[in-house]
Design a protein around this ligand. Structure first.
Ligand code: GUN
Length: 307
């Protein structure tokens, strides 16, 4: 049976390590402070932001939430970001993605001051990531690196395949694995013979947002498989397409009216060496690394102020 890579356990370790740093900073000056911008009413974003604010509270980090309406303009958001940039008491700024359609997301990400960019999305920080310089790295891929490190999954010299090429996960994930000396392939929606490429992977990261896409025959025996997907199956037909043969899953669907499924097919992981469950795998790590980036940003600001 594959080993379950427990994201909740690793999150707890990371947060426990951050706690004394937050306490020390609070003693010396003030708690770190994170400003979160949640524009509009995307239900998934609302849940993510709620969990981020809750994690701040548990760790003793101050947070504030700004909730401009769905109709917000690019200029209005730019003004909000500018005001947060200029505040000395704000250490981190997080603009939850996706933004409403009418907003020019790239210009908003460009407006966040790189030294408050706890997501690592600003082109300056993306450049640092590409160059292998220190700096905030995007939270989900850096959380996955922490998970691999803490479970002592070897990376150097291994083949890694990343399925998905988003700016938030796929691209930075590939770069972090490359810096750790893996041989990395990035696949995406137009990749030919995806299964054959995935089967070469010692480390397979699925971040493409398609429920159950990665089946048993995509997995090399013994591989570490990491599931970034969070897909909600809303109709019985969708659930049946994946779980027709599994009474338990269908009963679960009937009870709840929906099913949360990652990009890996959860019933076809037997040949993997290790895997992350959904939920309880990658999700908690994203928040832990956001806390880590926020604390690092606050410490940096405190040290800079001390000269
Ligand atoms: N949307 C999905 N993941 C993320 C993330 O890590 N940060 C932000 N800001 N938005 C997201």
């Amino acid at each position: 049976m594959p080993i379950l890579l427990d994201g909740n356990k690793v999150r707890d370790q990371i947060l426990a390590e951050l706690k004394p740093r937050v306490a020390a900073m609070t003693r010396m000056s003030r708690p770190p402070r994170l400003a979160v911008v949640l524009a509009g009413n995307d239900p998934a974003s609302e849940i993510y932001v709620r969990n981020k604010v809750k994690a701040c509270q548990e760790l003793g980090i101050d947070s504030e939430k700004h909730t401009p309406p769905q109709s917000v303009s690019t200029n209005e958001l730019l003004e909000l970001v500018d005001s947060l940039n200029s505040r000395k008491d704000v250490d981190g700024i997080l603009v939850q993605m996706p933004l409403p359609n009418q907003v020019d997301s790239k210009s908003i990400l460009l407006a966040v001051s790189p030294d408050k960019d706890v997501d690592g999305f600003h082109p300056f920080n993306v450049g640092n990531l590409v160059s292998g310089n220190p700096g905030p790295h995007p939270c989900t891929p850096s959380g996955i690196m922490e998970l691999l490190r803490r479970y002592q999954i070897p990376i150097a010299g291994r083949r890694a395949v990343v399925v998905g090429r988003s700016d938030i996960v796929g691209k930075p994930m590939a770069l972090l694995l490359l810096h750790a000396h893996a041989t990395v392939t990035i696949c995406h929606s137009r990749t030919a013979d995806l299964a054959a490429i995935c089967r070469q992977a010692d480390i397979l990261v699925a971040a493409i947002g398609k429920a159950g896409l990665i089946r048993g025959d995509f997995i090399k025996p013994g591989a570490a498989v990491i599931d970034v997907g969070m897909n909600r199956l809303q109709t019985r037909a969708e659930a049946e397409a994946l779980f027709a043969s599994c009474q338990e899953k269908m009963a679960q669907f009937d009870r709840k009216g929906s099913l949360l499924v990652g990009d890996l097919h959860p019933l076809e992981l037997d040949c993997a060496g290790a895997y992350t469950p959904v939920p309880g795998g990658v999700g908690p790590l994203t928040i832990a690394m956001l806390m880590s980036n926020t604390v690092a940003s606050a410490e940096w600001r405190l040290a800079a102020a001390a000269g």
